[in-house]
Write a protein that binds this ligand. Sequence first.
Ligand code: GLN
Ligand code: ZN
Length: 751
Amino acid sequence: MTNKINIIGYPRVGKNREYKWIVEKYWRGDSTLKDVFEVSDNLITNNWETQSKNGADTVLAGDFSFYDQVLDTVTHLGIPQKRFGYTNHENLETYFKASRGGKVNEKDEPPLDMTKWFDTNYHYLVPEIDWSLDFQPTIYRFKYELDLAKSKNFNCRPKIIGPATLLTLAKEKGIDDNKLQKIVNAYLELFRMLEEIGFKEVLLDEGCVGVGNHMVNDDAFSSLKLLIQKSNLKIHLLGYFGKYEGFLDEILDSNIESIHLDLCYEGFSQDEIVNISLKKHVVIGLINGRTIWKSNLDEKISNLIGLGIDNFSISSSCSMLHTPYSLENEDGLDINLKNILSFAEEKLDELRILNSSLTNNNDLKEIMEYESKRLTADKALVGRVVSSVRSRVSELSDEDFIRSEDREVRLEKQSKALNIPLLPTTTIGSFPQTLKTRNLRKQFKSGEISIDEYNDGLKQIISETIEFQENLGIDVLVHGEAERNDMVEYFGELLEGFAFSKFGWVQSYGSRCVKPPIIFGDVHRPKSMTVDWSVFAQSLTKKNMKGMLTGPVTILQWSFYRDDISKKDVAYQIGLALRDEVIDLEKNNIKIIQIDEPAIREGLPLNSKYKDEYLDWAVNSFKLASSGVETTTQIHSHMCYSEFDEILDAINALDVDVLSIEASRSGMELVNPNLKEKYRGAIGPGVYDIHSPLVLQGVDAENRVGELINSLDLNKIWINPDCGLKTRGWPEVKESLTNMVDATNKAKEKL
Ligand code: GLN
Ligand code: ZN
């Protein structure tokens, strides 16, 4: 039996984030393009070497990216961008301008819009296809990587995003025949050139088609069909995060060479795989490309053998872009935890083991050793199962999810008890984290200053932040979150059940990487997490101080979560830990408590048939956290980063008293009759777009406040920015908030 390993995508920032360091240095003007290429050549070659060491006989050209794979695709295809024209891989000048913004014809252009890659935490650049100009495909970069591969003796094949996925991700609607021909011709021309330099096949990334017809429209799908019909290269179709819903039959009848199946998202049954294999060679994506846990190889191999077919390969379920590089240098992790984790390199090893069993007459020896090591570690890992946490979750009853009185009654009582004025002003939580804050943290982490000195420094910053807000005349204050580096990491470090890797970086976009906490065990709260800070802050002012927490869904979404229990159970565990914190805050006289859920929208499953199930537990985990308080304690939440129209019912169901929500960034689109109809609590649609360094102008503030008054219940309007102010500078924040407060006062006078 021949080798069965198929590589479909790998992390590309480097084990030590080499890509980040070199490209940022280049952007600063401190290194040359030659340096960038030297580093990227090494990164690519290292990836290939690791893959081939683990038994892959073919590697990928076009899997590396200088910023983003969608921008790479339009670059290969020579598809011009409306504001940036043609991009190229040779000098990367316009390529980086399109990625990061820059001067075009003397005009400052913001970068291409960026948005989430499916439901992962990777973000891609949204192309702005200029259909009026010629498409000019080029194989410059493929040729470059082919030459590199040849020089190192690697077999390679090209990988490129396919037309249906490209059109879908570019948010192209209404693709007429001309456009269809034009884009397919660009692919065909590129394919012709690829053939000319010796390629015979191509890995066509059609992730969106994999998700199915609720993501891809018929026009976009026709572009793929047409390309398959006319292509001279053999096409290996790569779909993931779904089951090609609505498209599978047509695809299987088309002239493709192989089809990739994602067994880890919705999954395929054994029968389904066998049936598909009657028509095509199947690439079985059975090692999860987006989690960090070892697979049960015993089960995987028996499933493979049980299929009783031979025309298959094995691979990761999707590109491993979403996992960190390697566990090799993680010397700080509990050894038992380490033994159940699997980053990209370890996933390659899993593929190697499966492959070697398959090619050695299903010899199970290595698999058995692997499994026994994994299971032993899993059992020995302290904190994996905490019985008190388990029973608390299993004993929950309906009352734990609801507050004792209705929102209308609560809001009225709260206004009186907490002395909330008409059109109350507030902010979202964080205030600018300038060099001073960051240096303080650095000094503490490196041991230069003691914990007491660190805390004193933070207290100083908090006092200044409170004075700042009092001077501006803001009604409900925040302490500013100076003690938090990151809104999830902060809580992860204080909760049990979390671990932190040293090098577990994954690419978020461009050179930006995140290192998500790892939820490996049952989550619980050994002691209060924010009470001391909030009490200290409240002691400095007579005004109401908001307690500030990150919600269960956001903590879950922005971490790597365990896969041995359901997401719902993990969310409930976090919800309960937060519930205790909320009650502790209340006991300590913090009577307004905000629980941020910016990630609630992005957790929505790609396929809408799973939407209700998700929203149900997401909403409930939040309510679990928030429902333990008295009527006169006011619960706030905050949301941002997305469009909320689609989930307004769920947002209403959270039953928060006050919601602050991003609005001005999208031109106050959210503020429409639909909002008033569906959301019944008090609400502060943001009037200050904090994503830009631009100051909120007085007129804009007045217009936006006016718009809120015109469209919403006057008694339920709060005035606040779109999001936290962490990334902004003090001077612009001062001006903007002054204008926000002034506009509010003017509006009140008029009333
Ligand atoms: N309270 C957080 C802050 O102000 C909220 C951040 C967010 O929504 N992303 O920074
Ligand atoms: Zn926000």
